[in-house]
Design a protein around this ligand. Structure first.
Ligand code: ATP
Length: 370
């Protein structure tokens, strides 16, 4: 277990900042997920924590000790990579034992540690095999086992499940979390897959352009995205985001666009006070829509034509166009809808998000901070 402190870290490649003024504190036993689009600096940050990449500016501490320039070997960290990085000429047993042999553990100790890790990962029957005849999931388990036997104080994972098929990814996620709980280790996990981040992280760090956009629990990030980027990045299908005008009318505040008019509940109208007669971005999660009958007269409703139906069993995704934007609604699968149908949809206005057009900040977060 370890505490990690990253202070104002910058990494530049040829004057271009891959990580920019990044600060983060990680507590003993946390499972932190760094998530963001390709090229946002996740791997670079992880490699700096591991000591595989130099730090241009700033400091790193593990358990209060400055490690900014400490070589990887002396950091007591184990890293699991996307490509497994197994030794092809060695059996599973020897792959697991290799780092222990280097550190001059006795044969008996090595056997004990390897046997324990193999049992934990379901590898006991595969110890004599070579990596070339293992499945992707088995290879990734060996890679995990190699990290576990070292009993490091910090685990770093760099997209470890990307090479596995969807079903295996889900079961390996659960296995990694199970191991994390059993070992009570501190872990930093990098992924570009927001679903993986949501299901695995006790805390998620959303990154963009080398900086932290938001640091919070999965629930906080999903329910209270601080800006339009986080709102759009976290969630699947993605949040629908359209430009909308804020109209002050005698009967209250409305959000309007080319083919919609939505009444804002009184409780939320104060958020829009500084934006009257201006445009904002309106963010609507797919599940914030509901299907209305022709006679339902919701004040926050509009009509649209269905352009695609995706029946997913437990729900259906309905695609339509609103204000010239492609939108997706998640609806009850029992509603009989098909391509070309005209539907009336209501919007749960208590759940929608308002983002400033220029700063793209969530007006709710700005309101809270004020
Ligand atoms: P991905 O999900 O695609 O792996 P990432 O978020 O992990 O992306 P990084 O690999 O950290 O992103 O890269 C961040 C930026 O730094 C990118 O623009 C990348 O091109 C650049 N970069 C990374 N390594 C180097 C390097 N050795 N030399 C020059 N530029 C680099």
């Amino acid at each position: 277990m370890a505490k990690v402190r990253i202070e104002n870290v910058v990494k530049r490649f040829d004057r271009q900042a891959a990580v920019n003024n990044f600060s983060l504190q990680i507590d003993d036993g946390e499972f932190i997920v760094l998530v963001g689009p390709s090229g946002c600096g996740k791997t670079t940050l992880l490699r700096m924590v591991a000591g595989l990449e130099t730090v241009t500016e700033g400091e790193m501490f593990i358990d209060g000790v400055r490690v900014t320039n400490t070589p990887p070997k002396k950091r007591d960290i184990a890293m699991v990579f996307q490509n497994y990085a197994l030794y092809p000429h060695m059996t599973v047993y020897n792959n697991l034992a290799f780092s222990l042999k280097l550190r001059k553990f006795s044969k008996e100790e090595i056997r004990k540690k390897v046997t324990e890790a193999a049992a934990m990962l379901g590898l006991a029957d595969l110890l004599d095999r070579h990596p070339n005849i293992l499945s992707g999931g088995q290879k990734q388990r060996v890679a995990l086992g190699r990290a576990i036997v070292r009993n490091p104080r910090l685990f770093l994972f760099d997209e470890p499940l990307s090479n596995l098929d969807a079903k295996l990814r889900v079961s390996m996620r659960a296995e990694i979390l199970d191991i994390h709980r059993r070992l009570n280790s501190t872990s930093i996990y990098v992924t570009h897959d927001q679903m993986e981040a949501m299901t695995m992280g006790t805390r998620i760090i959303v990154m963009k352009d080398g900086t932290i956009q938001q640091n919070g629990t999965p629930r906080e990030i999903y329910n209270h995205p601080v800006n339009k980027f986080v709102g759009g990045f976290i969630g699947s299908p993605a949040m629908n985001i359209i430009r909308s005008r804020v109209d002050a009318r005698s009967e209250g505040t409305w959000l309007t666009g080319p083919d919609f008019q939505l009444a804002v509940p009184d409780a939320r109208a104060p958020l829009l006070q500084d934006h009257l007669d201006k445009e904002i971005y309106l963010g609507i999660r797919p599940e914030s829509f509901c299907h209305l009958g022709a006679s339902d007269n919701g004040q926050a409703s509009f009509e649209a034509v269905v352009t695609l139906v995706e029946p997913l069993g437990s729900e259906q995704l309905i695609h339509f166009t609103l204000a010239a934007c492609e939108m997706v609604a998640k609806l009850d699968p029992h509603i009989p809808l098909q391509y070309g149908d005209r539907v009336k949809l209501g919007v749960k206005m208590s759940d929608v998000h308002f983002f400033d057009l220029q700063s793209e900040q969530n007006l709710q977060s700005a309101h809270r901070a004020a």
